[in-house]
Design a protein around this ligand. Structure first.
Ligand code: BGC
Length: 517
């Protein structure tokens, strides 16, 4: 049964952050402006056949020129925090060496605009837009790229360390390796699973070096990284399906989470000695597994895994939406992904399964006894939208009920699972960020996968908030009412009724967290 905004608001614990997320390459456009250097993704996207329907990121949402308007949309929404990424090639066009002042200035203005509007910034350093010169030198197959990310983190830490509340070093290394180095669906477009494995280690090392650099820069905010997590479910009771699901769990989840949270690669990988050829595997592990202030988890869906090649490696609808015939990339693979029976799917062909978010959180708690506080740094759904125009009132309305339900069900599930008595109650869940603020360039899916709370007309760049935006706005308003009612009761009961220094009335987070989170 659907939970109302009011009921959901009552479940939100104090200090819990509700945010929206984007990434630089998906929204900014302005690829050739103000000294930005090329990214590997610029070249990949320009190549015929790589992006669905030949879509191109050159303009994206034109956010680079419309940033204040987009921040105003967030202020209207009433969101606590905005997660965005900074473009490495905009700030350091060569991927090493000189810094581009105009690039740094753009994010300076963004940070100031956010803070002036009461929105707490969460900054991702690396969301896939590797500077082209680094990709040409081997990208994440080259150990040097990890050191370059460390250097980039030092630049960002020095420039923004006073204003960023939360830092994410890297976003979803699993997707970079799988889609970029094993399947050829993302930049750099390599389709060689075995030879792509160094990209795992080097990204994780890059995370560790970035974390070190941010600590050395004495940044004021909290630091973490983001991994995607998909519970792996065997398609049947057949032991081969169970083995396949286990292998996928290692390849997609544990390979990235174990090293940062336990300092060890999963046993399956260690036995295989995949990683013994790295230069300094043990010293690297100390860097990779440094303590983090929070762990970012992206949850979209669970995965149903079966043994054998099947008819295709992933359900046809998924492959088509990503714009590729995956059978060419993985001929006769040992396992494949099955569609879920009787399950609603998104425009991407992804199954809608909020209950598996509980499984994800539970598995994280069981596997990692030292799990730091968790923030769900992304969750959301692409659905085709329809625009209803009320000519008389001269306004448009976008009734995206399915996205609204997806978000409500997933936020509700996460809150229930981690509340006292919940199945994952030991997880200290600190927030949920909706992917995404607005429709944007969805990588190889082009502009055909709208995830936004705000519709973007990619011809005119007009922004139109959808029903899901107004729902989240209502949820935030209700949350603030609950919080101020709670504050009033506490004040009445207290002998010193003044607000704590820095606290804002009407915000459940009370300004108690660093930098206004
Ligand atoms: C990525 C986003 C992407 C979203 C939807 C995540 O894997 O971090 O960049 O747009 O999923 O596919």
């Amino acid at each position: 049964m659907h939970t109302s905004a009011k009921e959901l608001a009552a479940m939100i614990p104090p200090g819990f952050t509700l945010g929206v997320a984007t990434a630089a390459f998906q929204i900014e456009g302005a690829l050739d402006e103000d000294g930005r250097g090329p990214a590997g993704w610029d070249v990949f996207a320009a190549k015929a056949g790589n992006i669905v329907d030949g879509h191109h990121p050159a303009l994206a949402c034109d956010h680079y020129h419309r940033m204040p308007q987009d921040v105003a949309l967030m202020r209207e929404l009433g969101i606590d925090s905005y997660r965005f990424s900074i473009s490495w090639p905009r700030i350091q066009p060569g991927g090493s060496g000189p810094v581009n002042r105009a690039g740094l200035d753009f994010y300076d203005r963004l940070l100031d605009e956010l803070l002036a509007n009461g929105i707490s910034p969460m900054m991702t350093l690396y969301h896939w837009d590797t500077p082209l010169p680094l990709d040409e030198a081997g990208g994440w197959l080259n150990r040097d790229t990890a050191y370059r990310l460390g250097e980039f983190a030092a630049i960002a830490g020095a420039a923004y360390g006073d204003r960023v509340a939360r830092w994410v070093t890297i976003n979803e290394p699993a997707t970079v390796t799988t889609n970029g180095y094993a399947l050829g669906l993302h930049s750099p477009g390599l389709a060689d699973f075995a030879n792509g494995l160094p990209s795992v280690h080097h990204q994780l090392l890059g995370h560790g070096l970035a974390l070190q650099a941010l600590r050395a820069a004495n940044v004021a905010g909290e630091i973490g990284m983001t991994n995607v997590y998909s519970p792996m479910v065997p398609n049947s009771g057949n032991p081969l399906d169970w083995l396949s699901a286990g292998a996928m769990d290692v390849a997609q989840n544990r390979l990235y989470a174990d090293p940062v949270l336990t300092g060890k690669y999963p046993d399956l990988v260690r036995i295989g000695k995949f990683f013994s050829s790295f230069e300094h595997p043990d010293e690297d592990m100390d860097i990779i597994s440094q303590p983090m202030d929070f762990y970012g988890l992206n949850y979209y869906m669970p995965t149903r895994v079966a043994a054998g090649a099947g008819d295709s490696p992933v359900p046809a609808a998924m492959a088509e939406a990503m714009g590729d015939d995956l059978s060419a990339a993985t001929p006769g693979g040992p396992l494949h992904i099955e569609p879920w029976p009787d399950t609603e799917t998104t425009a991407y062909g992804w199954p809608v399964k909020p209950e598996y978010l509980t499984v994800a959180l539970k598995e994280m708690a069981e596997r990692y006894p030292n799990l730091p506080p968790v923030i769900i740094t992304e969750g959301g759904a692409s659905f085709e939208d329809i625009i209803v125009t009320d000519k008389a009132a001269n306004r448009s309305f976008i009734p995206d009920e399915r996205r609204l339900r997806y978000l409500s069900d997933h936020i509700g599930t996460a809150l229930r699972a981690t509340a006292p008595g919940g199945e994952a109650e030991s997880v200290d869940l600190r927030g949920y960020y909706v992917w995404s603020l607005m429709d944007n360039f969805e990588w190889s899916g082009g502009y055909n996968q709208p995830f936004g709370l705000v519709h973007v007309d990619f011809e005119t760049m007009e922004r139109t908030p959808k029903a899901s935006y107004f729902w989240l706005q209502e949820l935030l308003e209700e949350r603030n009412l609950v919080a101020s009612a709670g504050a009033a009761v506490a004040a009445a009961a207290s002998s010193e009724p003044e607000l704590a220094a820095g606290a804002e009335p009407g915000r459940s987070d009370g300004g108690a967290q660093p930098l206004g989170l």
